[in-house]
Write a protein that binds this ligand. Structure first.
Ligand SMILES: Nc1ncnc2c1ncn2[C@@H]1O[C@H](COP(=O)(O)OP(=O)(O)OP(=O)(O)O)[C@@H](O)[C@H]1O
Ligand SMILES: [Ca+2]
Length: 681
């Protein structure tokens, strides 16, 4: 669980300062020299508690000045913000403070609590209460909770003492400690296990109780993957909750990195990264986002050099539907993805964290570093990781490409865990790769796309080389095509092969309804490729211009046609007032799409709108004055855009009920308007 408060306890390995000099001893004081966020006296929350320094302020302070490169800077051009050192390859902070940070708003949980009280479901989206309202909301929740004693019963077994003999402490986290124990009876009798003990006294809100419940639920549901800690049992008594799991005796990945002086050889790093990707791909397919991936949360089963690694600590994890976005800011500062700070994220946030871990494995330094927490966030949002200094010149081009494709600030351009397993750096013909939930998302979009869009995607897929089709071939194979074709049944069978309780809870399985059109028709490999490619991901390839050029040639031959501005705008679902955006996309000579139009069209309506809105921003064309708030830039680049794009993504979705995209975009403005103007750190 990445939590909100400084961890004063020392942990084996923390005393080193040899991760390329990066990691220094922990301290009861945070690295930024400020006092840690003040918990309510004696009542630390497992997460999402209020804080003296809301994270979004940090994030907002990091927003750019007048420069407006793109809502999703893809790296490369963004200058370092004032006061942010370039990520040091060797020169490093003297102090590493393991301090996961609190979110700016406990919105989700307040809403969840309120909804529960009102008998509603579990809301995850929508407007985020303002800071003040958030605190108020919490107060409401808290005061209501104060009136009604919290129910701290979990329905777990009550006979912990009778079943287990507790041994010595093997680790400690913010909200509990972990001990070894011997099983006294039952099927695991005599076995030594690990028991994470979470004190009920520390569960001071309904939220924190819910968090423990979910941690157990996720562990229970997910057990089964080789690189995931095995869950055995959960017990409780008046004082504690006990999570009984497999004991990992080989220590944390962080300690091994430290023990190696901060660096792995590429070969050794690959062995680690493959395990991480494998377990994360499994979690994502199940609809679980971990949200706290870091070297401290990977444990080796034994001291053996080649012992397998296990992912632990699902205290921050959540269930997520394939097309859902979360907005609560949780995680650990060094590993947090930019879109988490923008408060609209999905599974790609875990991928970013794996990018940070891989970067550390390969060079021994953190990619995003600063002396203060707000500085780290600024760096995450704006700085480009250093790939120039030693040892990077001696690192293979494939490894560098691999890391860069994880640390892309635009989450849409990042590889998925499954794709990463087929990346040239890790490619291994013998390795089985799992089904990728991204395929389901992309095929859904394709099925709802217009014929012209499908033709454009087909042209794009035809521009890919055989080696670039490997991932798609493997995914197609996993669907077990019959006579070279797949239909809804293939998708259903493939998904249910991986079915666990987590998949039901996350409603991943319900996603199959979105593929209903495939009940009546079949797809061959060629069409599957068109359906399952992401123009955004391809755009991140070094070869993108070449691919786009070749794709356009195919499109000219097989798909391009005369199209009016109105028709093109309607294809993109643009509002009539925004038709002019696409004027430049059409060739004057023959009225067909030009190259610019083709690439923009591939990216969909948001490509049009991001230009349009940026234009408005610069020219003040109908844009409300409060755009001038520093905060707005951050929100503009993240939260609101993403909300909009999600709704623009598929025809027939809620966007069709909206007059146009921007009106949907502005729905969050009231929320933003009242935000305090943010000052420097
Ligand atoms: N299965 C296990 N086997 C051995 N040690 C374990 C196991 N699970 C947890 N630990 C140890 O206990 C520590 C704390 O566990 P965990 O990370 O789950 O707790 P936490 O309170 O959520 O931690 P934090 O929030 O500080 O990351 C781990 O860092 C590890 O050292
Ligand atoms: Ca942990």
């Amino acid at each position: 669980m990445g939590q909100c408060y400084g961890k004063a306890s020392s942990r084996a390995g923390d005393d080193h300062d040899d991760l390329g000099g990066v990691i220094a001893p922990p301290s009861p004081l945070p690295a930024n020299g400020l006092p840690p966020p003040a918990p309510a006296p004696g009542t630390p929350r497992r997460r999402k508690s209020g804080s003296a320094t809301p994270v979004h302020q940090h994030a907002a302070a990091a927003t750019p000045g007048p420069a407006w490169p793109s809502p999703y800077p893809a790296g490369g051009t963004s200058p370092l913000p004032a006061g942010v050192s370039p990520s040091p390859a060797r020169s490093t902070p003297r102090r590493f403070f393991k301090r996961p940070f609190p979110p700016p708003s406990p919105a989700k949980h307040i809403k969840a609590t309120l909804a529960k009280r009102l008998g509603g479901g579990k809301p995850k989206e929508g407007t985020i209460p303002e800071e003040g309202a958030g605190a108020g909301g919490l107060a409401v929740a808290d005061s209501a909770e104060a009136e009604r004693p919290l129910d701290k019963t979990f329905g777990f077994g009550k006979n912990f003492g009778a079943k287990y003999e507790l041994g010595k402490e093997v680790g400690r986290g913010h909200f509990g400690h972990t001990c070894s124990a011997v099983v006294k009876k039952g099927e695991h009798k005599g076995q030594t296990v690990a028991v994470k003990i979470i004190a009920k006294a520390k569960m001071t809100t309904a939220i924190s109780i819910e968090d423990v419940r979910r941690e157990v639920k996720i562990l229970k549901a997910l057990s089964g993957h080789n690189n995931l800690v095995k869950f055995y049992d959960a017990c409780e008594d008046a004082l504690n909750v006990y999570i009984v799991m497999e004991l990992c005796e080989g220590g944390e990945l962080l300690d091994r990195i430290l023990a190696r002086g901060g660096r792995y050889t590429e070969e050794d790093a690959k062995a680690i990264v493959v395990q991480i990707l494998s377990v994360v791909a499994f979690c994502h397919l199940q609809g679980v986002v971990h949200r706290d991936l870091k070297p401290e949360n990977f444990l080796f089963t034994t001291r053996d050099e080649n012992a397998p690694m296990k992912l632990i600590d699902f205290g921050l994890s959540d269930f997520i539907r394939p097309d859902e976005r979360l907005n609560d800011i949780v995680g650990s500062a060094y590993y947090v993805a930019p879109e988490v700070l923008h408060r609209s994220y999905s599974m790609e946030a875990d991928i970013w964290s794996i990018g940070v871990i891989t970067y550390i494995l390969l060079c021994g330094s953190r990619p995003f570093w600063a002396r203060t927490e707000s500085g780290i966030f600024r760096s995450v949002l704006r700085a480009d990781p250093n790939f120039d200094d030693s040892p990077w010149p001696s690192v293979s081009a494939e490894a560098k490409d691999f890391v860069k494709r994880f640390l892309n600030k635009d989450y849409r351009k990042r590889m998925t865990a499954v794709q990463a397993l087929t990346h040239p750096w890790l490619r291994d013909e013998q390795r089985q790769i799992p089904l990728d939930i991204l395929i389901f998302r992309l095929v859904k979009q394709y099925l709802r796309a217009t014929p012209l869009k499908r033709l454009a995607l087909k042209a794009l897929s035809k521009a890919l080389r055989e080696d670039e089709l490997l991932y798609l071939r493997l995914q197609f194979k996993l669907l077990e095509p019959r006579d070279g074709f797949v239909s809804l049944d293939n998708f259903r069978t493939a998904l249910t092969r991986y079915l666990t309780d987590a998949m039901k809870e996350s409603r991943v399985i319900e996603f199959l309804h979105a593929l209903e059109p495939l009940a009546y028709r079949r797809m061959d490999f060629e069409e599957f490729c068109a359906a399952a490619i992401s123009p955004y991901q391809l755009e991140a390839l070094e070869r993108w211009e070449e691919i786009a050029g070749t794709a356009f040639q195919h499109f000219e031959q097989e798909g391009n046609r005369v199209i009016s501005v109105e028709e093109l705008a309607q294809e993109l679902n643009l509002a009539p007032t925004h038709y002019s955006i696409v004027q430049d996309w059409i060739r004057k000579s023959d009225g067909k799409l030009n190259f610019l139009g083709f690439t923009k069209f591939l990216h969909g309506a948001m490509a049009a709108y991001s230009d349009e809105l940026a234009n408005q921003l610069f020219h003040g064309d109908g844009v409300p004055g409060y755009f001038l708030y520093q905060y707005t830039m951050q929100a503009f680049a993240g939260f609101r855009f993403v909300e909009t794009r999600k709704n623009m993504g598929s025809r027939g979705d809620s966007i069709t009920n909206q007059p146009h995209c921007t009106s949907l975009t502005w729905t969050h403005d009231d929320n933003l308007r009242a935000k305090p103007k943010l000052g420097p750190d």
